[in-house]
Design a protein around this ligand. Structure first.
Ligand code: D8F
Length: 316
């Protein structure tokens, strides 16, 4: 059951949006419909200015993968943050996260290299994970080509992309690099399940809301992790993993979000393993807060704070 005391803490700026989504459609939306809705929620305009935007591709494990470099104003070389967009592994692309990447670039002072990894259901697990890790390796080896400093390489992402950032950092640690300077996980999905523990289930239920509910989330996850045993792959069990030696990390959950509790758990798990960890809960904020700073002004200070902290870690 959603906890009314938690929902009361929603910033009033988001009340109309929640009301709009409260009307439950008679039939669940199709994949193209959810993608269209997701795009609409994260408008590309107005656009924050960055120094330069450069599109490129790299040879991924199953063909070329698009990337977009957001390069700060001023003189490089700049640290490079490899960015994975959210959208439950089935939605989102370089356009839906344009605003998020621009803000992250400006406020961190780093190059943001956004990755257009393959999505489900057309490309089930592990396609997106493989593209993401290949992108990190490619950026690490080719950063000078786009004005980056490969010795200062970071990972970031929101939602499913926050999951991918954690995944890539762990895999880099286990399998010989590249070396990662810092990690920023915005509203990350930490536990894919099944099986979901009762704690995780209950935590999600108390924060169930019309914008992102547990049912929708489970459906998206199932559309990507098509073999039921996929989601219980030990490589995806971050809370059970030895995370010692991960780089300094920022975990930035939103307070009014089904993924809040597992974000907090992840921060605790990192902290307990001796990883320098900053937990930054965006109070009163919703799942998409980091993407909508230019249309919901209340979200901006939270995103700016996390992005600036990431910039500081990247330059440390
Ligand atoms: C819709 C966003 C916002 C949908 C209105 C969405 C998911 C988010 C699904 C995860 C995160 C799965 N996950 O749903 O992004 O597993 O991290």
């Amino acid at each position: 059951m959603p906890d009314p005391n938690i929902l009361k803490r929603l910033h009033p700026e988001f009340e109309p949006l929640f009301a709009q989504f409260a009307a439950v459609p008679e039939t669940p939306p199709t994949i193209p419909e959810t993608r269209a809705m997701y795009r609409m929620l994260q408008p590309t305009a107005p656009q924050l200015k960055v120094g330069e935007i450069r599109d490129a591709t790299f040879p991924g494990p199953a063909g070329p993968v698009k990337v977009r470099h957001y390069i700060p104003e001023g003189k490089g070389p700049f640290p490079v943050i490899v960015h994975f967009h959210g959208g439950g592994f089935i939605m989102g692309d370089l356009e839906t996260h344009d605003a998020q990447c621009r803000l992250l670039c400006r406020e961190s002072g780093c190059i943001v290299t956004a990755v257009d990894y393959r999505l489900g259901p057309e490309h089930p697990y592990p396609a997106g994970h493989e593209d993401s890790f290949a992108a990190l390796r490619w950026a690490g080896s080719n950063a000078t080509l786009f004005g980056g400093d490969a010795s200062r390489l970071g990972v970031a992402g929101d939602s499913a992309g926050g999951h991918l950032a954690l995944y890539c950092a762990l895999r880099a640690k286990r399998s010989g690099g590249p070396s990662i300077k810092a990690l920023l996980a915005i509203v990350p999905g930490v536990v894919m399940g099944p099986p979901l523990t009762d704690d995780i289930k209950a935590g999600r239920e108390t924060r169930n809301n019309s914008l992102l509910g547990t049912e929708g989330m489970d459906n998206f996850v199932a559309a990507y992790f098509q073999d039921p045993s996929d989601a219980s792959d030990p490589a995806l069990n971050f809370l059970g993993a030895d995370v010692s030696g991960l780089p300094p990390s920022i975990i930035a959950p939103a307070e009014i979000d089904v993924l809040h509790d597992e974000g907090v758990e992840m921060a605790k798990h990192l902290e307990a393993a001796g990883v320098p960890t900053q937990l930054m809960v965006a109070e009163g904020m919703v799942h998409i807060y980091f993407s909508v700073t230019e249309v919901f002004p209340s979200a901006k200070p939270w995103a700016v704070k996390a992005a600036q902290a990431m910039g500081k870690l990247m330059r440390a």
